[in-house]
Each structure stands twice: as structure tokens, then as C-alpha cells.
Design a protein around this ligand. Structure first.
Ligand code: ATP
Ligand code: MG
Length: 315
């Protein structure tokens, strides 16, 4: 089985308990939940049985331990997660607004996550990696960007493949250096996993169809467009395959895209047909939203398959 590696932020997420709750006054919170987009991705891939490891950095504190314990329990390789004395593990405080949008207070670049580095353990992990996954959110500082780009290039140089989930909002794209970094990753990408209108941020074509043709023409092997509750659509140069989402009760949307990506990439690496990879990915994404906390909805392959066998789709 092919080995999958990612690098980036490891966080705990602490959530406002009530919809519309403000962080300008005291209120009930739930958490800490293990989080960080690349950690969610690697945890879900490992739970599906894919050899998967993460390059990351945490503090030598309970938040860091919580993350390492969870990833290890899911079967991930945690050997390249450095625990730093004197720096606290990254955090994200999130509150949900009445219109279902999310508001975050992040502490990433000034936390232990900002110490992300390619040390000997990371080099060792990368030495037999077959695939590298990039989360756009992991390009949170110049240093983190250097790590992600170096790891991407290393895996690519040994004949490996790369997947890329931009995971960005328009506001973040305007930060200096981010745009160039995203474009550098895209140039090395085999599997591109945008959601919503992220696709249009990477092409001068003004519409979805034009952007897909443009990106496939630039050498990307396949594009998988995530469409929330509606499922996803796969495109390569020969065909397009649409797959409706599974009908579930959404409790917390955070982590859906990451779990979806892990499902798709794991099955793509196994040589599955697009429809099969999409089905697994949609199931991982749907299961992710049924639990509060970004990694609480991660399920093992047998449970994902049982869910598919028993579930209805929205179509
Ligand atoms: P994230 O907020 O994690 O960045 P994203 O924008 O990258 O998410 P989405 O399109 O929101 O990605 O979700 C990814 C996948 O998860 C969808 O393609 C779908 O398969 C599944 N999914 C998300 N929300 C739901 C839902 N409410 N019901 C069923 N499936 C869902
Ligand atoms: Mg996303």
C-alpha cells in the first residue's frame, strides 16, 4: 500500500456551545477537540487503513498529547510530530453564527505549530513517502510554506504524487506570498480538491467548465469538486463523474472537506475507479459532519462501508 504524508498545523479546537454565541463575553465552551486540517486528513486516511504520517509540531502540553494520542489511536505514524518545550500547542476557538457561517480565532503561527520544520524524523518519514498532501491552510507562514514546498518537491522528485486542497478563503489569499505559494503547489499537483468557488481562484477562466479545462490542460491528472451536502464531481481529461452526497443530520461541518479528501486520495492511490473513490469520500465527509469536533466523525473503513450499505443518497 502506498504511503501518504502531509505537513502542517496541529491544533485543538474549542467551540462556543451555543449558535450565535459571542466571544466578547463569557459563555459555555466545549473542547478541546484534536484538529488542524492536515491532522484530520492524515487521521482519516490512517483510519481507512492507508499507511499515513504527519510532519507537525505541538507543545509539550496536554493539547499536544491529546492530538498525538488521537492520531496514534487512528493508526497514523506520529514519529515526525515534534513536541517543543516552552511553546503551547496551537488553538482555534470557533463560534457558529445564526447564518451557519463560522468565526474563528486562531493561534497558529505564534504557537508551537509555527515551529514546523524538516528535522531528521521528518526526513525519515519522507524518505519512503509515495504521496504528499498539501492543505492550503498549512501555508500559514513563510517557514511553514518552505517546509510544505520542500516536502512536496522531495516526494515528487522520487516519483511520488501530490494532492492539494486549497482550503482557503479569498481574504487569506491576499496575504503576501500566499498566492505564489498556492500557485507553486498547484504546478506540482496531480489530484486537485477545491470546494465551492475555490476553483475559480486558480484560473483566469470565468466559469467552472472553463477553469476545469484550463487546469486539466496544465497537467493536473484529476479535479474533484466538493459540493457540501450535494456531494462531489470528479473530472479528468476523459470523463466527469458526479456523485450525490449521503443524507445525514449535519451537527458540525468542520473537517468534512479534510475527511472527504483523505477518502478520495486513499482510494485513488489504491487504483479505485473514480465512482468508488467518490463514494468512499462522500461517506467520510458525511460521517464527519454528524459529530461535534473535527476529528470525532472519523470512521474506520469497515464502518464507512457499513454506512454506505445502509445509507440513502440525496439524489
Ligand atoms: P471544510 O469546511 O472542511 O473546508 P470543504 O468546503 O472543503 O469543507 P465541503 O464541500 O463542505 O468541503 O464538504 C466536503 C464533503 O463532505 C462533501 O463533498 C460531501 O461529500 C461531504 N459533506 C459535507 N457536508 C455534508 C452534509 N451536510 N451532508 C452530507 N455530506 C456532506
Ligand atoms: Mg476545505
Amino acid at each position: 500500500m502506498k504511503k501518504l504524508v502531509s505537513a502542517g498545523e496541529i491544533l485543538v479546537e474549542i467551540m462556543a456551545d451555543r449558535i450565535g454565541q459571542s466571544f466578547l463575553e463569557a459563555g459555555p465552551l466545549v473542547g478541546p477537540f484534536p484538529s488542524g486540517a492536515p491532522a484530520i486528513f492524515i487521521g482519516q486516511a490512517a483510519a481507512l487503513g492507508q499507511p499515513a504520517g504527519l510532519i507537525g509540531a505541538v507543545g509539550r502540553d496536554d493539547f499536544g498529547q491529546l492530538n498525538i494520542d488521537r492520531l496514534r489511536r487512528l493508526g497514523a505514524d506520529v514519529s515526525a510530530i515534534a513536541a517543543h518545550e516552552g511553546h503551547a500547542t496551537g488553538t482555534a476557538f470557533v463560534t457558529y453564527r445564526a447564518d451557519a457561517s463560522r468565526h474563528f480565532i486562531f493561534n497558529i503561527r505564534n504557537s508551537a505549530a509555527g515551529l514546523l520544520d524538516i528535522d531528521d524524523a521528518a526526513r525519515h518519514l519522507l524518505a519512503d513517502a509515495d504521496h504528499f498532501h498539501v492543505m492550503g491552510s498549512s501555508l500559514f507562514s513563510e517557514k511553514a510554506t518552505d517546509v510544505v514546498l520542500a516536502a512536496t518537491a522531495a516526494v515528487k522528485a522520487r516519483g511520488g504524487t501530490v494532492s492539494f486542497d486549497p482550503n482557503v478563503r479569498r481574504e487569506i489569499m491576499q496575504h503576501s506570498g500566499m498566492r505564489e505559494a498556492l500557485d507553486s503547489v498547484l504546478a506540482l499537483t496531480d489530484v486537485f480538491l477545491p470546494s465551492g468557488n475555490e476553483l475559480l481562484l486558480f484560473s483566469s477562466a470565468g466559469d467552472e467548465q472553463g477553469a476545469i479545462a484550463d487546469l486539466l490542460g496544465r497537467g493536473i491528472a484529476c479535479i474533484v469538486l466538493k459540493r457540501g451536502a450535494d456531494g462531489a464531481v470528479y473530472h479528468d481529461r476523459q470523463r466527469s463523474v458526479a456523485m450525490p452526497g449521503f443524507a445525514v443530520n449535519e451537527v458540525d461541518p468542520t473537517g468534512a472537506g479534510d475527511c472527504f479528501g483523505a477518502g478520495f486520495v486513499s482510494f485513488w492511490l489504491r487504483g479505485a475507479a473514480p465512482a468508488e473513490a467518490l463514494r468512499i469520500a462522500n461517506a467520510c465527509g458525511a460521517l464527519a459532519v454528524t459529530r461535534k469536533g473535527p476529528m470525532e466523525g472519523i470512521h474506520r473503513l469497515a464502518d464507512v462501508e457499513a454506512f454506505i450499505a445502509g445509507a440513502g443518497t440525496r439524489a
